[in-house]
Design a protein around this ligand. Structure first.
Ligand code: 3EB
Length: 328
């Protein structure tokens, strides 16, 4: 009853980011936990397992992010929470209309508190992985920058809820619309990992905002498949951004960070072979051809790569990469 991402098994397709099936076909499969679509406005769909993200795709086909369960799932909508679950794990997503709150900080803390309450109530109390997409992530000066306000709201909720094990995460700016937060939570306790080349984000110094970002660099839920969920990774060494304005060097440090993380938690020398799915968030579409060239030189085997336009949480960063691998 282990959860798995059946990316390699989607009929006739190289991966779950490039499924040849339509959303309707995917949703007809009772083992599909969720289908996330790109290139559409970020707002509630009214369908429990179907999400529109607000992130623009940079590719011709319309890639989707599909999460599969090994067994048929239950699903439903409760208030504004869209959920699906099997025996072991739960997927929950929610769109937040910022206009309903005094500010972004309160919108985020309220949504996080609701999510944490919900997963605890249903006994999937451990968040493994979280994704956060919202508009204008770099808007605002100094401590008022929206990413920093987001970090404050998230921290408020984790603190209020006494939630201590920060999940692996991604926070990316989308083109507009509601805030989308989605997560994978489990009944069993995940393992969390940090990157030897990077200061833990929850220890970043004060200059990055009033509250440090609450996330781990990677998470793994041990089971048959032992998937490794990699957090968003960028051109940061220690706590400092490097290679401002230089896409190629930023890409190289980002990739190096990913390999260092994998090497530190793996018993297998060939860290490249561990990647299954990668999402590449680019600050501007003009970086696409460079990104495709750099990635294709490095990737071995069948890695499912999805290129999206997204704003990284520090203005100087031009790309971020997250993904799913296997823990060898
Ligand atoms: C970094 O390493 C880059 O706030 O949830 C990456 C992944 C980043 C997750 C988050 C932020 C987040 O600090 C930014």
């Amino acid at each position: 009853m282990v959860w798995l991402n059946k990316s390699k098994e989607v009929a006739g397709s190289i991966g779950c980011y490039s499924s040849s099936l339509s959303t309707a076909e995917l949703l007809a499969d009772e083992c599909v936990l969720s289908v996330l679509e790109f290139g559409r406005a970020c707002r509630a769909t009214g369908c429990a397992r179907h999400f529109s993200t607000g992130l623009m795709t940079l590719e011709e086909n319309s890639p989707k992010e599909v999460w599969y369960s090994a067994t048929p799932v239950d699903y439903g909508i409760e208030r504004d929470l869209y959920w699906s679950a099997n025996e072991d794990m739960m997927f929950v997503g929610t769109w937040v209309c910022e206009g309903d709150y005094a500010n972004l900080r309160q919108a985020i803390s309220s949504a996080y508190a609701e999510l944490i309450h919900f997963i605890r109530q249903r006994s999937y109390q451990h968040i493994v992985r979280m994704w956060n997409y919202f508009a204008d992530i770099n808007l605002g000066e100094e401590d008022n920058e929206r990413y920093k306000q987001f970090c404050l709201g998230r921290h408020d909720a984790f603190e209020q809820c006494d939630y201590l094990s920060y999940p692996a995460a991604t926070a990316i700016g989308h083109a507009g619309g509601d805030v989308l937060i989605y997560l994978l939570a489990a009944k069993n306790t995940p393992l969390f990992f940090e990157n030897p080349q990077q200061l833990s984000a929850y220890c970043y110094p004060r200059e990055y905002g009033p509250r440090s970002p609450s996330f781990a660099r990677a998470a793994c839920l041990k089971g048959e498949s032992a998937l490794l969920y990699l957090s968003g990774t960028a051109s940061i060494k220690g706590h400092q951004s490097h290679y401002e304005g230089d896409f190629e060097r930023q890409w190289a440090l980002t990739w190096d960070n990913i390999l260092a993380l994998l090497a530190s938690i793996s018993n297998d020398g060939d860290t490249n072979s561990q990647m299954m799915m990668l999402k590449i968030y680019l600050r501007a579409p003009r970086y696409l051809s460079q990104a495709v060239r750099l990635m294709s030189h490095r990737l071995q085997g069948q890695v499912d790569v999805l290129y999206l336009q997204g704003d990284v949480c520090r203005e100087e960063l031009l790309l971020e990469i997250d993904g799913v691998g296997v823990w060898l």
